[in-house]
Design a protein around this ligand. Structure first.
Ligand code: GYE
Length: 308
């Protein structure tokens, strides 16, 4: 339309901003929504986006970040697969004078001035919300209560923090214990496989609770639970994190008990931050979206407006 023409025309007098984005993978519905949000927001804000999917490999992230440095992009954004190991590559970006935005997960670096800001959720708080939901749900139930935990990717911020926040919260009841904790890489297939294994290991003594660090693993595990002849949501309390449409459907159907919200739609904020950096403005070191928890009642209302 006319508005679009005007903005394109206006921009052509200045050089468009180029943003190199290293996306960590495509493991989950959350990730797909995150990628789409970044792509759409780049188009809307007239930023030239170069994006590469690292398929869960930090090495591949290093490679693509080095190629962004060579191309001399204006800003680099990174969704880091794991927390550690970023010092050197961020030094390289700093030496080239390219500002870095950390998206979604965090980096654990000696010198925090190596990145401008982190835009992403408070995963510890998400773990606390999951723990509080459980405490409330079993407040009248005597222990022992056995919890199975499906963690995401080893060394990734959401796995570390969602685990810790949950554990710190449930520790107020010593008769609730995590009897089994396994990494399932945030994928549906591994969530299912791990749950099958767990149920096989203790036949006749299934866990009372499943806490999955994301929806995809919970959805896989729900299948495993049903195949074992048990009812997810009643025989086993199921709690997960993200808030994808498929998870809210299970929630509305009573097969999931609670889903802690984690917002993947970070694109507009990332583009905004990119523009502000280019305009020389100072940004807060951390930007956290507001999030909630979905219960079975709320799921029915929310389902329809779900985009991912
Ligand atoms: O919860 C999970 C994804 O880093 C917050 O990664 C993200 C997590 C998200 O694979 O579904």
């Amino acid at each position: 339309g006319f508005d679009e023409w005007v903005s394109t025309h206006a921009r052509s007098s200045e050089a468009p901003i180029t943003l190199g984005f290293s996306q960590l993978g495509s493991e989950s519905a959350w990730r797909m929504a995150n990628t789409a949000s970044i792509e759409e927001a780049a188009v809307e804000s007239g930023i030239t986006l170069m994006m590469k999917n690292a398929e869960q490999s930090q090495e591949k992230q290093f490679e693509v970040i080095r190629s962004f440095i060579e191309m001399n992009v204006d800003v680099i954004a990174i969704a880091p697969v794991v927390e550690t190991g970023w010092d050197e590559i961020l030094e390289e970006a700093a030496q080239a004078g390219i500002p870095v935005i950390i998206v979604d997960r965090s980096v654990d670096v000696r010198d925090p001035s190596l990145f401008v800001t982190t835009i992403g959720s408070d995963f510890y708080e998400e773990g606390v919300k999951a723990g509080k939901y459980l405490l409330d749900k079993v407040s009248n139930r005597p222990g022992p209560i056995r919890v199975v935990e499906l963690q995401g990717t080893v060394g990734s911020t959401p796995s570390i923090q969602r685990g810790q926040g949950f554990l710190d919260t449930i520790s107020s009841r010593s008769d609730i214990t995590v009897t089994y904790s396994a990494f399932a890489d945030f994928t549906e297939a591994k969530g299912k496989a791990m749950m099958q294994q767990i149920l096989k290991q203790s036949p006749g003594e299934p866990p009372h609770v499943l806490y999955a660090h994301n929806d995809d693993m919970a959805l896989g595990a729900i299948e495993a639970i049903e195949e074992a002849g048990l009812a997810p949501g009643t025989d086993i309390i199921v709690i997960s994190v993200d808030g994808t449409r498929r998870a809210l459907e299970k929630l509305a159907a009573g097969k999931l008990n609670a889903v802690v919200e984690c917002n993947p739609l970070l694109g507009p904020q990332v583009m905004q931050a990119t523009k502000e950096i280019m305009a020389g403005r100072t940004l807060p070191k951390r930007m956290v979206p507001k999030e909630d928890i979905f219960t079975q009642e709320r799921a029915k209302e929310e389902l329809h407006n779900r985009k991912f």
